[in-house]
Ligand binder design. Structure first.
Ligand code: SF4
Ligand code: SF4
Length: 447
């Protein structure tokens, strides 16, 4: 049976590329699916807008991302590398399409080991052509940080946006350098995921495996001791080795360089089909091959990951739906307190942000058992437009207590609220300081 992993991978890549490319253009209520805008200090997630100081969703997202990587790697090995990683896709575009099909620098796609034809003009042209693809890729990447509607406006005024142009230029240069010069060495030596993925594998993980039982032993302790195994079904044609983009022999066993592209499995399936046999190289688990059973997708580890992911997802949805409609930051001013006549004054600088979609009027309230403390300033409610923030000086006063032997800190709560919507409010803790009694006698002093 001939396998067609390559066709399936190409289809997956088309789908993933279309989604990644078009997603920044999709907006609902002017919000993007994902956008981390540094200049506007906004995070858009699932078409909901958050301010960057509301990044309490980020820990959920980061933990989910790591747990998902653990889960998918334990389940399907390096499926990301072969089926979704941009590095693999760009290498396929550069090597298989530009170098092989367009400029005929390689003899054919099925033999990636052949030395490249030494035609310097064609080599340069292939790099230049790929640079234009890198430019599109770099721009596409940036659309998740600068939305396309701004990006295209900015690049029409290059003089005012030199930094952006510089980032696009150097990012595309780096992509071109990586794909045309570093090549698969990136996967083997630079990619951190390649380094750590093997510790997430177990004997039930789906990976690219040469069936030694059928094919015969070729390597012993990593050393090749025969070309053609006696009595094995492997005919030593080496089609699997020649087609491998990372230049490894999968018959040696699982290797760090294997990017799970399954081109070796496709190649062997063609060879073995001549003998009416299935491929000796399969996307299978070690246990499934040894015990001749089906892959166990649902096992304690994968179920555990799924439960943890579900809990995180529920937490993320809950948090996203209980978005703060206002934010409040309180900082004390540089002086501890001041005494004016018989009153003690504590001053704070506060920053209020209206994260709601409408303008509101806001005011403040002190929540404390000490009813002596009152708000001296601001005297009345003030408006803040939708999404905007405003700094204010808050001055609290209280009658000085001349019986105190030393300074006394009182924990108080400051409530900020919208006067026109009782659902919009926030409470923050802070401290009010009374000076020792002897200072009350001084008519006016700052400390
Ligand atoms: S393609 Fe299959 S038969 Fe040919 S060398 Fe590789 S494993 Fe053996
Ligand atoms: S051994 Fe080579 S061809 Fe086979 S899956 Fe790994 S990287 Fe691809």
């Amino acid at each position: 049976m001939i396998t067609h992993y390559l066709k399936k991978r190409i289809f997956t890549y088309f789908l993933a590329t279309a989604v990644i490319f078009l997603l920044p253009f999709v907006r609902i209520n002017n919000n993007h699916f994902f956008l981390l805008s540094f200049d506007k200090q906004k995070l858009h997630l699932f078409f909901v807008s958050f301010n960057t100081n509301e990044l309490y969703l980020m820990p959920f997202l980061l933990i989910m991302m790591f747990v998902f990587i653990f889960f998918i790697t334990n389940l399907l090995g390096r499926v990301w590398c072969g089926w979704a990683c941009p590095q693999t896709l760009f290498r396929m575009i550069y090597r298989d399409i530009i170098q092989t099909k367009i400029f005929k620098l390689y003899a054919g796609r099925k033999n990636k080991q052949n030395p490249i034809r030494n035609n310097i003009i064609k080599k340069i042209l292939s790099v230049v052509l790929f640079y234009f693809i890198s430019l599109v890729a770099a721009s596409n990447f940036l659309w998740y940080f600068i939305p396309p509607e701004d990006f295209f406006t900015y690049i029409q005024n290059p003089n005012e946006h030199l930094l952006l142009l510089g980032i696009v230029f150097f990012l595309s240069l780096f992509i071109t350098f990586d794909i045309t010069y570093i090549k698969e060495n990136f996967c083997a030596y630079l990619c951190p995921y390649a380094r750590i993925q093997s510790v997430m594998f177990d004997n039930d993980t789906k990976m690219v495996i040469y069936d030694e039982g059928r094919g015969g032993l070729i390597y012993k302790d990593g050393v090749k001791f025969t070309k053609k195994p006696l009595g094995g079904e492997c005919i030593a044609c080496e089609a699997c080795v020649k087609v491998c983009p990372t230049h490894i022999d999968i018959r040696k066993g699982m290797q760090l360089e294997c990017i799970n592209c399954l081109e070796c499995a496709d190649a062997c399936s063609v060879v073995q089909s001549r003998f009416n046999r299935p491929s000796l190289i399969n996307w299978n688990s070690t246990n499934a091959i040894i015990k001749k059973e089906k892959i166990k997708y649902f096992r304690a580890k994968t179920i555990g990951y799924l439960i943890f992911l579900s809990i995180l997802l529920v937490g993320l949805i809950y948090k996203a739906n209980h978005k703060e409609t206002m934010l409040l930051n309180i900082n004390r001013t540089s002086e501890l307190y001041s005494v004016k006549k018989d009153e003690v004054v504590n001053a704070y600088s506060i920053l209020l942000q209206n994260t709601d979609k409408k303008e509101h009027k806001f005011y403040l309230e002190i929540l404390s058992d000490d009813k002596n403390i009152y708000i001296h300033k601001p005297k009345k409610a003030f408006s803040i437009k939708a999404g905007e923030k405003t700094p204010r000086i808050l001055v609290l006063k209280a009658r000085c207590d001349s019986t105190l032997k030393e300074d006394k800190n009182i924990n108080i709560k400051l409530k900020a609220y919208a006067t026109d919507d009782d659902k919009i409010n926030i409470i923050k803790d802070t401290v009010f300081i009374y000076p020792k009694g002897e200072l009350c006698k001084i008519k006016k002093h700052k400390y």
